[in-house]
Write a protein that binds this ligand. Structure first.
Ligand code: GBH
Length: 453
């Protein structure tokens, strides 16, 4: 029953939190003037989501947000990371503001502040307004401009109580999984378009940093990147080259411009014939590399990369995801129910690797880290307790300026293309009733947070 795992002692002021995202928990997709997002559209596509589900109801947090705040309060966390749904605030992506959509986040922020829970607001966690996708989505530069305008609207309403802002969640996933692999909305499998999307997401990030600084000089601003060390599956030259290609696509396409003021070496070669990268403009690196108050790191696993044939020989027809790499499993490495390798040391490598590569690295928050079960179980989750304890220990060992840790997720929720099968929550959610039941890991964390000095 009881588990003896402990959490490491962290410096004073260390922020303990839990995270969620709008489309994964809110439901109420057609209420109070919310416009459609690319996820409303994508989830209707046959086969797009494993169980045929969508976020139409999810955890019903649009109505049950008081329960969520109570759960956070009783857990004893310092902070809550949630995202604002762009299509609730601007149903068409730009233009008319929907007051009722902003009211929802206003109430949530008030309730958090009343309980002394610090809001960390993610401005974009993948729910692009469909109207903007119809106009080209992240493939076009206008979307970056609209994003910054949207951010200013949100900051204008919440900025008197919210200081901590995350511009984008995982631009890798928005661009490469959404526009190249096609496993996420909008479900495209493009080359040039996907690379343009990645770039325009980063431009949107840069413009948003500027907009937030102008609106709220006291804002603390960061971006959240999902980072995975890419290791060669063997010592062979071919596998080492494959791991390098994976690292370029997954990590350095984002970390180099944001933290290093440069585009990664070898990127043009990787995509020769796929894209001429003509979306890059003079001055973009200055915009994208604007100083940040923190970097958010989402860490789940390491990638073991093996060389593999490309699916499409003709680069002009090739998706940007088709880089001749396959993910190899490794003997002796435990995996989660989703098959994701459990390697806490990868978090240590991620953090020390950043510090080594990027001088002047800003303070870091782990903005997501978590484990899912596929079983329907409300109670014992010893593997989650162990996962958290071991990852925290690895993060603490890294020696970087680590300011906080957010567990993903507070609640079981809509796990994108995998639907409701995977359960990441400290709290079990019953579907469709929405009944919330804290798991053993929740009680374990609560006891440890309560005994902090
Ligand atoms: C995060 O992405 C998201 O920010 C969050 O919304 C999500 O719920 C959470 O992770 C858990 O997944 O399906 O085996 O082919 C993490 C980055 C990148 C991890 C894509 C899964 C696909 C692996 N994700 N990756 S697999």
């Amino acid at each position: 029953m009881t588990t003896s795992y402990d959490i490491p002692e962290m410096p004073a002021g260390f922020v303990w939190g839990a995270a969620t995202a709008a489309y994964q928990i809110e439901g109420a997709v057609a209420e109070d003037g919310r416009g459609p997002s690319i996820w409303d559209t994508f989830t209707r596509r046959p086969g797009a989501v494993a169980d045929g589900s969508s976020g139409a109801v999810a955890c019903d947090s649009y109505h049950r947000w008081r329960d969520d705040v109570d759960l956070l309060d009783q857990l004893g966390v310092d902070a809550y990371r949630f995202s604002v749904a762009w299509p609730r605030v601007l149903p068409a992506g730009h233009g008319a503001v929907n007051r009722a959509g902003l009211d929802y986040y206003d109430r949530l922020v008030d309730a958090l502040c009343q309980r002394g829970i610090r809001p960390f607001v993610t401005l974009y966690h993948w729910d692009l307004p469909q109207a903007l996708e119809d106009a080209g989505g992240w493939r076009v530069r206008d979307t970056a401009e609209h994003f910054a305008d949207y951010a200013a609207v949100v900051a204008d309403r919440l900025g008197d109580r919210v200081q901590d802002w995350i511009t984008l969640n995982e631009p890798y996933v928005s661009s490469m999984v959404g526009y190249a692999e096609g496993r996420h909305a909008p479900g495209a499998t493009e080359g040039h378009g996907a690379l343009a999307a990645a770039h325009h997401l980063l431009v949107g990030h840069g413009k948003t940093v500027a907009a937030l600084r102008a609106a709220r000089p006291d804002a603390r601003i960061g971006i959240t990147l999902n980072l995975s060390p890419a290791l060669p599956a063997s010592d062979s030259e071919a596998d080492r080259a494959a791991a390098h290609r994976m690292d370029l696509m997954l990590n350095r396409q984002f970390t180099d411009p944001v933290l290093g003021h440069t585009y990664p070496d070898g990127f043009e070669e990787l995509y020769a014939g796929v894209s001429d990268l003509s979306f890059r403009r003079d001055g973009d690196l200055d915009l994208i590399g604007a100083p940040l108050d923190f970097l958010g790191v989402n860490y789940y696993y390491r990638v073991h990369a093996a060389d593999a044939p490309r699916e499409q020989d003709d680069p002009a027809l090739r998706s940007a995801f088709d880089i001749g790499v396959r993910s190899a499993s490794r003997d002796g490495v435990p995996v989660t129910d989703l098959g994701w390798p459990i390697e806490p040391h990868g978090l240590y490598e991620t953090l020390t690797g950043l510090a080594k590569r990027y001088p002047g690295l800003p303070p870091i928050y782990v903005t997501e880290n978590g484990i899912a079960e596929l079983r329907e179980d409300t109670g014992a989750d010893p593997e989650r307790i162990r996962f958290i304890a071991e990852h925290l220990a690895a993060a603490a060992d890294s020696g970087v300026d680590l300011r906080g840790y957010f567990y993903w997720s507070l609640l079981d929720n809509f796990e994108w293309a995998r639907g409701y099968g995977p359960r990441f929550g400290l709290v079990h959610v019953d579907y469709p009733t929405g009944t919330r039941t804290p798991r053993a890991s929740y009680h374990w964390l609560r006891e440890r947070l309560a005994s902090r000095i």
